[in-house]
Ligand binder design. Sequence first.
Ligand code: FMN
Length: 91
Amino acid sequence: MAIPKILGISGSLREASFNTQLIKAAIASYGTADVEIADLNLPLYDGDLEAKGIPEMVTKLGAQIAAADVLIVASPEYNKGISGVLKNALD
Ligand SMILES: Cc1cc2nc3c(=O)[nH]c(=O)nc-3n(C[C@H](O)[C@H](O)[C@H](O)COP(=O)(O)O)c2cc1C
C-alpha cells in the first residue's frame, strides 16, 4: 500500500503549542507516513497583495493541501472561535 501523505495544519504558531503536539500525536498513530507540518506564518490576507501576485508561501500551502491524502487540522479556541492564524490561512 502507498505511504499516505499527511499534512498537519495547526492554528497556533507557538513553539510549544498543544494543538501542534496533538497533530503530531495523531500523525504518529498512522505509523509510516510522509509527514509535513504547514507553515501558517503567512501574510495577512490583503486583496491588493493578491492582485500583485499570490505570495509564494500561500502558493506552497495550496500545493501541499492539494498533494495531501490526509489533512489534520487543530486550532486553539480564541474568543470562542478558531484562531486568527487559521482563519487567515483559510481566507
Ligand atoms: C487571545 C486568546 C483568546 C483565547 N480564547 C479562549 C476561549 O475563548 N476559550 C478557551 O477555552 N480558551 C481560550 N484561550 C486559551 C487558548 O485556547 C489556549 O491557551 C490554547 O492552549 C492555545 O493553544 P496552543 O497551545 O496550541 O498555542 C485563549 C487564548 C488567547 C491567547
